[in-house]
Design a protein around this ligand. Sequence first.
Ligand SMILES: Nc1ncnc2c1ncn2[C@@H]1O[C@H](COP(=O)(O)OP(=O)(O)OP(=O)(O)O)[C@@H](O)[C@H]1O
Ligand SMILES: [Mg+2]
Length: 245
Amino acid sequence: MKIIAVLNHKGGTSKTTTSLNLGAALAKLGNRILLVDLDPQANLSQSLGIEDEEKTISEVFAQKIDVMPIKKVQENLDLVPASLDLSAIEPGMYSNINSYFLLKGHLDRIRSSYEFIIIDCPPSLGIFSQNALIAATDVLITVQAQFLALKGLDTVNNLITTVREKLNDKISVLGLLLTQTNHTRISKDISNLLRDTFKEKVFATSIRQNVAISEASANRKDIFTYSPESFGAVDYMNLAKEILQ
Ligand SMILES: Nc1ncnc2c1ncn2[C@@H]1O[C@H](COP(=O)(O)OP(=O)(O)OP(=O)(O)O)[C@@H](O)[C@H]1O
Ligand SMILES: [Mg+2]
């Protein structure tokens, strides 16, 4: 059983896309999956057409409900949705040490029902990402294959070191995932640099830039439902198989 935090404090690196489509691929392969939307933008929930829910992760963090609000999305695929009011709760959480452990407490109670729990983190290293890192067994870092994308990796590495030393000494780096790769020079340079630097920590599978991926989200579908023959579907299925190996 793994609890995977999908992380990068940089925006637009395919965290949400990866949470959704990796989750859908693993579900297709027969694994029971729970997706957790931890981003006040609620993009993951929106990508699955789940909006305006009464009970969301916001009520969990506000400690208004004791039970995780879990919605069944597809066969083998469940979601804990987020809502836009999550951002309003954040400032009040920092002063209370218990609020760092809220997600872990909840996930520990339900983890035995799933093979994988995948947490979509917001593009910041604030209290929600810290909750994810404390709850997770593993972290998957998405790296957009574009110039400057590597700058933030030091920050992420430092955070993981801090989490290991202070909060969760068991967390492992599942891998770095290259996303939105294409045939440009920059994309190839970033890929080579990442593989030279982080070696086997980089997934063999990278995710190609593929318009079907963004179309799928806009149509509130995962890539396998929207376009099963697309590069995006092939790449995310390969990633799922690589993780299962
Ligand atoms: N492989 C891809 N090919 C084409 N478009 C992609 C690909 N991956 C992601 N996108 C698109 O890029 C945009 C950013 O992706 P996504 O929302 O998954 O990133 P994110 O890291 O979750 O962003 P944020 O930091 O804002 O949460 C989205 O419009 C998405 O549809
Ligand atoms: Mg996102």
